[in-house]
Design a protein around this ligand. Structure first.
Ligand code: ATP
Length: 314
């Protein structure tokens, strides 16, 4: 068995390596990304065993994703590779020095074909933790049903459920998302949200008010990710905060997933609230100061390098 199971959509990525709109011959980097596999990679690098359930196309990009996840030590034995549908794709242009534009090619493609039959409930029930994000429920009816199959399997076996809102405005309306998020918050033990995401479910309020309003829906651990402000949480009834680390911002994408990986890693290590938030912030700091969604995620032996004040480690 594995310690952590996660599921969702992971897409290939073509990212421009120079500034400006895509043109013929423009240089680009091929990679991949998905919120849940970012979390799985983070956990795997920190020494935890993780499995990802999802669908890919039987095409060069699908094989690229599966091979890379396997290389990161993730259990991909439950990944289904479809021969009749393509792997999703993201194009990332550095449109100007300050503006990134991402175009998605995902509708109806492999990731959205996830169904309840893809969910290995026994794998989940033998694990310590299930992690889901709000993106999957937006992909299709069957993907939403798959999320609920996984969550119900975990709950019925007493396996911890972790839920990250990850609201994507391009995929569904705030109203539709809020109803689904409320249902998932109520079934989760650990919830991650940004301030605006939390307000979608519980209404506007101070950081403390929205956090406690989420706790009132059921989860014992609610963590607000606050970018450069770090994190604010109510854990087992106690408030905890932890400041972000001071680093140079290179690429903010993936910071939230890195934070989740760090937090869950510390939880799996039986560390207390302060250490969970701290490891989340350390992983977030690694993510924002390296380009790529997950490439900068630290290995366990590297965690301490962020604590040092020296710029060069020998
Ligand atoms: P994403 O863009 O991946 O969806 P998010 O909105 O879920 O991110 P953020 O709150 O932006 O998450 O960032 C997550 C964590 O990353 C923060 O809690 C913090 O630990 C770290 N982080 C983000 N921005 C910075 C920054 N400028 N400096 C240091 N750490 C940061």
């Amino acid at each position: 068995g594995v310690q952590v199971v996660t599921l969702g959509e992971t897409m290939a990525l073509v990212a421009a390596t120079t500034t400006g709109a895509f043109t013929v011959g423009a240089p680009a980097r091929i990679s991949f990304g998905g919120a849940e596999t970012n979390v799985a990679i983070g956990l795997s690098r920190l020494g935890h065993s993780a499995a990802w359930i999802g669908r890919l196309g039987a095409d060069p990009l699908g094989f690229l994703v599966k091979d890379a996840l396997r290389a990161e030590g993730i259990d991909v034995s439950r990944v289904r590779v479809d021969s009749d549908v393509a792997t999703g794709l993201m194009l990332r242009e550095h449109r100007t020095a300050d503006r990134v534009r991402v175009s998605y090619y995902r509708r109806g493609l492999a990731g959205s074909r996830l169904t309840p039959a893809d969910i290995d409930t026994e794998l989940i029930q033998r694990a310590g933790l299930l992690h889901v994000s709000g993106i999957t429920s937006a992909l299709s009816e069957s993907a939403r049903a798959a999320v609920h199959t996984a969550v119900e399997a975990a709950r019925s076996a007493g396996v911890l459920v972790s839920f990250d809102f990850n609201y994507r405005a391009a995929l569904w309306s705030a109203r539709e998302a809020a109803a689904e998020f409320e249902s998932l918050v109520a079934q989760a033990d650990i919830v991650f949200a940004g301030e605006e995401e939390a307000a979608m479910v519980v209404g506007e309020g101070s950081v403390d008010e929205v956090t406690k309003a989420l706790v009132a829906l059921g989860p014992r651990q609610v963590v607000l990710k606050r970018g450069g402000e770090g994190a604010y949480a109510v854990i087992d009834g106690e408030t905890a905060t932890s400041p972000a680390l001071k680093v140079s911002l290179i690429d903010p994408v993936g910071a939230g997933d890195a934070f989740v990986a760090g937090y869950l890693s510390a939880l799996l290590d039986d560390l207390g609230p302060a250490e969970r938030l701290r490891r989340g912030n350390v992983c977030g700091a690694f993510a924002v100061s390296v380009s790529g969604d997950w490439e900068g995620l630290p290995r366990r032996s590297e965690l301490a390098t962020m604590d040092g004040t020296e710029n060069v480690a020998r």
